[in-house]
Write a protein that binds this ligand. Structure first.
Ligand SMILES: Nc1nc2c(ncn2[C@@H]2O[C@H](COP(=O)(O)OP(=O)(O)OP(=O)(O)O)[C@@H](O)[C@H]2O)c(=O)[nH]1
Length: 295
């Protein structure tokens, strides 16, 4: 039923099946947990609901598969931790802390209540996995065009609301067709994946890289004006130029042309993309392997 280690107990669906104490409190918690598929909201709802039964001062929840770290309240001396699982599906680890020891009866009750949490967490995990797949380009492992469209709309709204800058860098690999023609499609694919990785390594974690299509990538730079974006774009350009790609016995050097635009007064998301794209074409026309800023 419950596998107990030195400090961790594993709560799984087996515990759920063994639990017959489905009372009104469980029903109330289960209903509330059906309202969201976000991990932090689920944990928040669960902890609010059990606070009266299992008083606690602090909560920590980690779901490493999704880089999820949730913490609220204050961490105190005494704690109880649970690794949550359903049918070998990892659902993260939950820790409650407080100033007094948790009693045996309380822990028993908590384990029973945790059974209400694991299926909603499983649903959230499956949903987030599906979302991740739908938003990831399988070749380059970057965010795809659908993810870009969503993020762009969101970031434009946010920038307008807070009066912040928002810049966009358009990156297009130069003479990419030649790579396919000369070395084959597999080499072209490797080049795309490599450039994507170089771009990802080169920008801050908060500045997401998206594959816009073919051999084109875009990078959204929140809270960055045109001068800052120009400096970043130049760094990206130099980065791509400085890398070499080993393919069998061949060593390839790549370059890219970059266009930069910043959200202006009454710009729409579409206009911002158009201006960055136009700047990128200007970079192509002016000799490639260079950065152009949109007017
Ligand atoms: N290997 C590979 N090639 C792709 C992929 N997507 C698009 N391409 C190729 O990318 C090439 C893009 O060529 P063009 O649009 O002519 O541009 P280019 O050769 O990079 O020339 P410039 O952009 O003008 O410097 C085409 O040959 C496409 O077939 C992909 O997923 N894998």
């Amino acid at each position: 039923m419950k596998e107990q280690s030195a400090e961790l107990a594993v709560v799984s669906n087996k515990t759920f099946e063994a639990s017959t104490a489905v009372n009104l409190h469980h029903y109330d918690i289960s209903s509330a947990l059906q309202t969201t598929l976000e991990f932090d909201e689920l944990i928040g709802i669960f902890c609010n609901k059990i606070q009266a039964t299992i008083p606690h001062n602090g909560v920590e929840y980690n779901h490493p598969l999704f880089n999820m770290h949730y913490q609220r309240g204050v961490m105190a001396r005494h704690s109880c931790s649970y690794v949550l699982k359903v049918e070998e599906q990892e659902l993260g680890e939950l820790k409650l802390t407080r100033t007094q020891r948790f009693g045996r009866e309380e822990l028993k009750m908590l384990e029973s209540l945790l059974c209400c949490l694991i299926y909603p967490l499983r649903n959230a995990t499956l949903f987030q996995q599906a979302l991740r797949m739908a938003y990831t380009d399988p070749l380059t492992k970057t965010n795809n065009r659908a993810a870009f469209n969503d993020s762009l709309q969101r970031e434009v709204k946010r920038a307008v609301r807070h009066g912040q800058h928002l810049s966009l860098v358009f990156v297009d690999i130069d003479h990419f067709k030649n790579i396919n023609d000369q070395y084959g499609h597999a080499c072209g694919d490797l080049a795309l994946a490599s450039v994507a990785a170089w771009l990802r390594d080169s920008v801050r974690g908060s500045d997401a890289v998206y594959r816009f299509g073919g051999e084109e990538f875009v990078i959204l730079l929140a809270d960055t004006d045109i001068d800052g974006a120009g400096i970043i774009a130049e760094r990206l350009r130099a980065d791509i130029e400085s890398h070499t790609l080993a393919y069998g016995m061949d060593v390839l050097n790549l370059t890219a042309s970059l266009g930069v635009a910043t959200l202006q007064g009454d710009d729409s998301a579409e206009l911002l993309v158009k201006r960055a794209d136009k700047a990128m074409y200007a970079a192509k026309q002016r000799g490639r392997n260079r950065v152009e800023l949109a007017a």
